[in-house]
Design a protein around this ligand. Structure first.
Ligand SMILES: Cc1cc2nc3c(=O)[nH]c(=O)nc-3n(C[C@H](O)[C@H](O)[C@H](O)COP(=O)(O)OP(=O)(O)OC[C@H]3O[C@@H](n4cnc5c(N)ncnc54)[C@H](O)[C@@H]3O)c2cc1C
Length: 432
């Protein structure tokens, strides 16, 4: 297979935001570590309030998960609602669910307000059941979500599934019309430009190597040492996601980096694209090690999965092209002779309780743990953190929940035990 090992989405970005070539300022009100959805959304919101912001990005703007993902702008959270309610109580979960819906509205609002051309569309998502038992659970889940949150999902029986997907391997589906799709690389590039227009200074190749508290005249500040020099800041906002490094060890210990991979085919004919995903939904299946797929705006099949309990590397990316192609043709035998043109990988930010979290760690505001919901959730969390830094009350339902770290021995800098966790979920997929 002659496949380009490069992120297809980046090929569609015509004018990326320009990093500042100036030396770092001596000081900023807020220094933000990481220029993904979270950091840039926070930077935009802070700069619009007149705060002096410096965004420090180790690589290039949007380099992390934000430009590499599936572009699915999804409702809800990773865990099932009954699990969430038994953990956090009904009222808290109602606020979390409302936040998940609000976060999609926020992405839509930013795209409109800032005139970002990123093919944002409220096309809805479809979850497909890999087993009959999974489909049986959909009915209960939809009824519970309607009852608890007044949010309507639609059950699709197997006999009607062809209206939603050109595949016969599934046992039924669940549609949520509120979800959306976007070109993530165009969106994050647009967000960077919006933050810059609002007055934020963006610095690429400025990896933060250390953050140390300083105090003078009883005023607390932080000194950040970066690959481009150092600066001080009153507040440091950590938006480094799955790529969180040893510069902020307390946060790093709480993040599980999970590699995930995507292929994109050649452009399909309009008829074939319509047969495969007639309503242009964002689709994912019901397994723990799930496949997620969609059409790109130019009608390629974008097919992702193959999650692994370690970050991506050149060799895992190369292997993924054929493995994902096999997965794709199990779902869509129609694509047997279709060329795969692109393969790439990225790292997702999971946490030990599979929840998003925000709050303060070592005196620094942070948000992390968006997993497969980060397009909307990271945008929303960034804006919320900005509001709190500006003195607004913290009404974020994810900032009040306990944030567990790694069980002893599982991850204290090394990742030796995580493949065992991977095996556990594969076994679960087999039996449940
Ligand atoms: C393959 C893949 C598919 C996905 N699909 C979806 C999807 O369809 N829908 C969805 O909602 N979510 C999806 N996600 C998840 C989503 O992309 C992330 O949750 C989201 O992008 C996280 O945004 P962020 O701003 O927190 O982090 P990131 O976008 O990862 O940005 C963090 C940035 O911090 C920088 N950084 C780290 N350490 C330092 C340092 N010391 N100094 C300076 N900079 C630093 C990194 O270079 C990076 O650019 C997917 C992720 C992957 C990898």
């Amino acid at each position: 297979m002659n496949v380009r090992e490069t992120n297809y989405w980046l090929e569609t970005v015509s004018a990326a935001a320009e990093s500042s070539h100036d030396a770092l300022p001596e000081s900023a009100d807020v220094a933000i570590v990481g220029a993904g959805f979270c950091g840039l959304s926070a930077a935009r919101a802070l700069a619009k309030r007149g705060v002096r912001v410096a965004v420090l990005e180790a690589e290039t703007l949007g380099w992390g998960a934000s430009s590499r993902n599936g572009g699915m702008v999804l409702t809800g959270m990773k865990l099932p609602v009954p699990t969430l309610i038994s953990r956090y109580g009904r009222e808290a979960v109602q606020r979390m669910y409302a936040a998940s819906l609000e976060s999609i509205d926020l992405v839509e609002q930013i795209v409109k307000e800032e005139g970002i051309e990123c093919a944002f569309s409220r096309c809805g998502h479809l979850e497909v059941a890999c087993k009959a038992a999974h489909f049986n659970d959909y009915e209960k889940a939809a009824a519970r979500i309607q009852r608890e949150f007044g949010h309507q999902l639609r059950i699709i029986h197997k006999s009607k599934l062809r209206q939603e997907i050109g595949s016969d391997i599934y046992f039924g589906g669940l549609v949520d019309e509120t979800s959306a799709g976007v070109n993530p690389a165009q969106y994050v590039a647009g967000l960077a430009k919006a933050a810059q227009r609002a007055g934020a200074c963006l610095y690429e190749h400025a990896r933060v190597l250390a953050v140390n508290p300083e105090s003078s005249n009883a005023t607390r500040r932080f000194r950040l040492t970066t690959a481009r020099g150092s600066l001080t800041a009153r507040e440091v906002l950590l938006a480094s996601g799955a790529y969180t490094s040893s510069a902020t060890p307390a946060l790093r210990k709480k993040v599980i980096p999970i590699g995930s991979y995507i292929i994109a085919t050649e452009v399909l004919s309009a008829d074939l694209a319509l047969e495969l995903i007639p309503r242009n939904r964002m689709i994912y299946d019901s397994k723990h090690f799930l496949y997620y797929y969609r059409l790109t705006p130019d009608n390629r099949m974008l097919f992702g999965g193959r999650a692994a309990f370690f970050p991506e590397s050149p060799s895992t990316i190369r292997e993924s092209a054929e493995l994902l192609r096999q997965g794709m043709i199990q779902v869509y035998p129609q694509l047997r002779d279709t060329k795969v043109e692109f393969v790439w990988g990225g790292t997702l930010d999971f946490t030990f309780d599979v929840m998003p979290h925000s709050g303060t760690i070592d005196g620094m505001p942070f948000a992390v743990g968006f997993a497969g919901h980060g397009v909307a959730a990271a945008t929303w969390m960034g804006a919320k953190l900005a509001a709190v830094i500006c003195g607004e009350p913290d009404n974020n339902p994810f900032s009040k929940i306990p944030f567990p770290g790694a069980p002893i021995g599982l991850r204290s800098g090394s990742t030796w035990a995580l493949p065992l966790a991977g095996m556990y979920y594969r076994v679960l997929d087999f039996f449940t």
